[in-house]
Design a protein around this ligand. Structure first.
Ligand SMILES: [Zn+2]
Ligand SMILES: [Zn+2]
Length: 105
């Protein structure tokens, strides 16, 4: 009886601890994967939405915020520092108002 009890007590920590740690580890890994997936999803979503959405600019002729388009193709402009690139033909372009077609700058 006595020997069996000691064996029983000795086996408890050995049996339960690794299992508990494994469960915590698995849980943490799942949590991390979910967080990374959420972050990546948000990142891709943001990139797609921002990339597709034409940027709004104030037009002095229209007097309100308008969509900016390229002068060459009237396509959305990929904006870079001091210059715009037409998303259709890939050339540097001037940015014009999508409504009145006049220069925005
Ligand atoms: Zn305008
Ligand atoms: Zn173009």
């Amino acid at each position: 009886m006595g020997e069996g009890l000691i064996e029983f007590l000795m086996n408890i920590p050995l049996q339960t601890e690794p299992e508990g740690n494994d469960m915590v580890c698995t849980y943490l890994i799942i949590l991390a994967v979910i967080l990374i997936a959420l972050y990546l999803g948000l990142f891709i979503y943001n990139k797609m939405v921002i990339g597709k959405k034409p940027k709004q600019h104030p037009c002095k002729y229209c007097g309100h915020m308008v969509n900016a388009v390229s002068k060459c193709c009237s396509a959305p402009v990929e904006e870079k520092f001091m210059a715009g690139k037409c998303s259709k033909c890939g050339k540097e372009t001037k940015t014009i108002c999508a409504t009145c077609k006049r220069d925005l700058y």
